[in-house]
Design a protein around this ligand. Structure first.
Ligand code: A2P
Length: 357
């Protein structure tokens, strides 16, 4: 009996921002996934052009991104090189027939650009016009937990409070924490509880030392007193869940943790609920792991979640101060699920659909 032969197309993929924190992770995730891609091209700025990058057994040379680079018949491009680079180069790539998956915030709120988390709104991929936006890292992990709860009990209001790792601010953010630790250890003082002199080092990213501190300030301040990060969480959650008027507020805070964001999410539901049903819904949710065992002091923490693609939910408990209120603690690797893995999952979904594999 003759078997049916499926011809798999091999694709050409660009990674823009390949030397950055997210770009490097995209390359790592691409290696793990082994997608049908025959040609990879890695772009960064002129600063990195000529550097070598390892991909499996192969060594690639990083190329400088120019206006002509993306006219070379790419099928897909993963962008993570900041908003300005995306604004300038993504449309060029899209006009050449390439599908761009953009990790910057540049296009996220455009009406004709889908904002996608594959576990939450995969069908939105279908109406893309060449650019698909990868949501903000804090939003991705939140909506993975919120979507199944919305389907079951109806979201009425959300209060986000975040504890965000420095890796979300790129390599400069990581350097600020590293340099703070070095400065502190080189002149440790047992009076450090009140001592600020150990914070005397040059800052690359944050306005204040991040080591031994918490900064209630992520991205720029807006005229209404919120930060752009807080605005992103509010607007992106509404867009992904398809609920433009959902009541949401947010306070986003940078903490001295290298990787993985934590979020305390306070939820008010439309419907009454039993806690055991909430836990059941979360246990069945795609990409979500419930890790919640207070009697054994088990809950999700950044050092244990880093390196994983799932979103971990802990501290699931009723908010007794309101009707139908719930509190949850949500932790995810902001560079993997919050950026690189989510983008590569979108790519994987498109390829699977194209190739029917
Ligand atoms: P480069 O390494 O050459 O500066 P991060 O925020 O983690 O530092 O990463 C930012 C990424 O975006 C890096 O890969 C950086 O490249 C890249 N990048 C920044 N500006 C541009 C640009 N104008 N064109 C292409 N890539 C850029």
């Amino acid at each position: 009996m003759k078997g049916v032969m499926i011809l798999m197309k091999k694709y050409k993929l660009a990674v823009v921002g390949a030397t950055g924190v997210v770009g490097q992770k995209m390359i790592e995730v691409l290696q793990e996934k082994n997608l049908p891609i025959s040609e990879y091209v890695f772009f960064a700025s002129s600063r990195s052009a000529g550097k070598s990058l390892r991909f499996g057994d192969d060594v690639y040379v990083v190329r400088e991104l120019t206006e002509d680079s993306l006219k070379e018949n790419f099928d897909f491009a993963l962008f993570s090189a900041g908003g300005n680079t995306s604004l300038k180069y993504s449309p060029i790539a899209a006009h050449s027939g390439c599908i761009v998956i953009d990790n910057s915030s540049a296009f996220r709120m455009y009406d004709d650009v889908p904002l996608v988390v594959p576990e939450v709104n995969p069908n939105d991929i279908s109406w893309n016009k060449g650019i698909i936006a990868n949501p903000n890292c804090s939003t991705i992990q939140a909506v993975c937990a919120l979507k199944p709860l919305d389907d079951a009990f109806g979201l009425k209001r959300i209060v986000y409070s975040t504890y965000q790792a420095v890796s979300g601010a790129g390599s400069k953010g990581i350097h600020d924490l590293e340099n703070g630790i070095k400065a502190f250890s080189s002149n440790f003082d047992s009076n450090a509880l009140s001592n600020t002199s150990n914070n005397n080092y040059e800052l690359e990213k944050f306005p204040y030392p991040i080591f031994n501190n918490c900064l209630p300030h992520i991205d720029k301040f807006l005229e209404n007193g919120y930060t752009k990060e807080e605005e992103k969480m509010i607007n992106e959650t509404r867009k992904i869940l398809g609920k433009p008027h959902l009541a949401i507020t947010a306070t986003t805070v940078r903490v001295p943790v290298f990787n993985s964001h934590c979020e305390s999410i306070n939820i008010e539901f439309e419907k009454e609920f039993e806690l055991e049903n909430v836990i059941e819904v979360l246990k069945k949710a795609p990409g979500v792991v419930v890790q919640d065992n207070p009697t054994k002091e088990e809950y999700a923490i950044p050092t244990q979640v880093s390196g994983k693609d799932e979103v971990f939910v802990s501290r699931i408990r009723r908010d007794f101060s309101i009707k139908n209120g719930l509190n949850i603690w949500v932790v995810a690797d902001n560079i993997r699920k919050g950026a690189a893995s989510n983008a590569v999952q979108i790519l994987e979904k498109i390829i699977k659909e194209k190739d029917l594999i």
